[in-house]
Ligand binder design. Sequence first.
Ligand code: FES
Length: 128
Amino acid sequence: MALYSEKVMDHFRNPRNVGVLEDANGVGEVGNAKCGDIMKMYLKIEDDVVQDVKFETFGCGSAIASSSMATELIKGQPVSEVKKLTNQAVAEALDGLPAHKMHCSVLAEEAIQAALDDYQKRTGKTIP
Ligand code: FES
């Protein structure tokens, strides 16, 4: 069996939603001290829904694939659902990641949570 699923390879080679969102109202940046990889998520939230999302990831292929898949999973979703997104859900959507690469999907979960926190701070809103 190949180490990486076709979905991982696809999202690594053709990542979705890469870039900066100038009018984002929630931005989260996280890093993994061990591998040095960094992920930044930009959310544009309106009417409690993630209307748009972009990311910048300076990291390994699994981190890029995880962030790309995570943006697809949360785009158009209510923030209350986005808040529940786990790294396992991201990894499952990618048809799995090797055990030693699961921490890469954790970055995606953490970056989104950090962006939601930032949104709450900026707006004074509380996501249920
Ligand atoms: Fe660290 Fe992938 S090796 S995020």
